[in-house]
Design a protein around this ligand. Structure first.
Ligand SMILES: CC(=O)SCCNC(=O)CCNC(=O)[C@H](O)C(C)(C)COP(=O)(O)OP(=O)(O)OC[C@H]1O[C@@H](n2cnc3c(N)ncnc32)[C@H](O)[C@@H]1OP(=O)(O)O
Ligand SMILES: O=C([O-])CC(=O)C(=O)O
Length: 379
């Protein structure tokens, strides 16, 4: 009797693991929708707080619901003293993603309702994380600069308050809008690696903080969220726009991955890129300085060279990385900003997974040694 060889999909490529009602990439129009709404329309007309409500509840908020969400989010922003001190005691050499991962773990350890998996408890925890993560990220950027943290400002919106906590000032509305667009575009992307990680952890009926801690670990990797930082390192490495094509040839010859390019789902380009690129173009035009122009020229030259040599399009991390640099953020803060946004998508998926839970546990095709006898111990 012959045994059929199981079909193996490495990296689960092309495998449909479950249904979701949260977001989808519409291949025909190469667009992304959140709860049915095109993301570029949300980015153009709605705030990040409204999008958070949409992802969590399935509908955009009315005026009362939005006011309620904003009031509760603003009240939850401060960190308690113990948490702030513990995070401030971490080695300054560690990556801010390590600090964020530790922070979420601490929030779980401190929350007496940690194991309450009810929808109401999940909603409360999701909002708490949305409110507190920016406070952690901003304090960490300042700590790495040798500066004291700036407490959150209860009268400022989500994006404005983040700039205030990072820099002590809030830039003009146009720059804040570019930042908010990035938050909306980064918020959710179906079964990407970090979201799937969160769903795997949730499927064991573990708690929300554990799922988010694991998701942060998955997002940190340079093949996923870590790519927005890697883009900036790559631009720094190339330096001169005239060297882009020559650098690319050497990198491809060395079998290096070009950061910020390629995508598992999109074959004709990431649907979010044109909208982030437009925001980046605005930032470059506003900066009106030779350094911003050099970076923009280099960015465009590398994009063209990758398309010509490999036929590969950029993903969202490519324009977002340079945009965050031009907004004044330090490179190690880029992926933590992605977390501040994606916390909305992760927590929506955690709630969805729990509502229709099935333990996620695939099979493996064994490729190790055949069964053999354990040898007698030596001596
Ligand atoms: C928000 C996000 O997380 S978006 C993703 C961010 N990640 C990055 O930008 C990292 C760089 N990109 C990559 O490594 C990949 O494109 C991934 C991981 C994102 C997707 O990869 P996969 O869907 O697994 O594609 P896969 O790895 O099979 O690549 C297919 C081919 O394209 C090549 N390729 C894909 N992306 C790249 C890239 N960025 N640079 C060089 N070659 C690439 C691969 O080498 C492979 O070629 P081969 O068939 O000759 O070996
Ligand atoms: O979907 C993916 O694989 C990665 C991605 O673009 C995201 O998480 O935003």
């Amino acid at each position: 009797m012959t045994t059929a060889t199981p079909e193996i999909r490495r990296g689960l490529a092309g495998v449909v693991a479950d249904t979701t009602a949260i977001s989808t990439v519409v291949q025909d129009t190469n667009s992304l929708t959140y709860r049915g709404y095109p993301v570029h329309e949300l980015a153009a007309h709605r705030t990040f707080e409204e999008v958070a409500h949409l992802l969590w509840h399935g509908e955009l908020p009315d005026a009362t619901q939005l006011r309620d969400l904003q009031a509760r989010e603003r009240a939850l922003r401060p960190l308690d003293r113990t948490t702030a001190e513990l995070l401030a005691g971490l080695p300054r050499t560690c990556h801010p993603m390590d600090v964020l991962r530790t922070a979420v773990s601490l929030f779980g350890a401190e929350d007496p309702t940690e194991d309450d998996g009810s929808p109401a408890a999940h909603r409360a925890k999701s909002l708490t994380l949305l409110a507190k993560l920016p406070t952690v990220v901003a304090a960490e950027q300042r700590r790495r600069r040798g500066l004291a943290p700036i407490p959150p400002h209860p009268d400022l919106g989500y994006a404005e308050n983040f700039f205030h906590m990072c820099f002590g000032t809030v830039p003009d509305a146009d720059l804040v809008r570019c930042f908010e667009i990035s938050l909306v575009l980064y918020a959710e992307h179906s079964f990407n690696a970090s979201t799937f990680t969160a769903r795997v952890v949730t499927s064991t009926r573990s708690d929300l903080y554990s799922a988010v801690t694991a998701a942060i670990g998955a997002l940190k990797g340079p093949l996923h969220g870590g790519a927005n930082e890697a883009v900036m390192h790559m631009l720094d490495e190339i330096g001169d726009p005239g060297r882009a094509a020559e650098w690319l040839d050497a990198a491809l010859a060395a079998k290096r991955r070009i950061m910020g390019f390629g995508h598992r789902v999109y074959r004709h380009g990431d649907s979010r890129v044109p909208f982030m690129q437009a925001a980046l173009d605005r930032l470059v035009a506003r900066a009106a300085d030779p350094e911003a122009s050099r970076l923009a020229t280099l960015h465009a030259a590398l994009r063209q060279a990758v398309l010509t040599r490999k036929g590969i399009h950029p993903n969202l991390d490519y324009p977002a990385g340079l945009a965050y640099h031009l907004m004044g953020f330090d490179t190690p803060t880029f992926t933590p900003i992605f977390v501040m946004s994606r916390i909305t998508g992760w927590t929506a998926h955690i709630t969805e997974q729990l509502a229709h839970n099935a333990l996620i546990r695939p099979l493996a095709s064994y490729a190790g040694p055949g069964q053999r006898a354990v040898p007698a111990t030596a001596g």
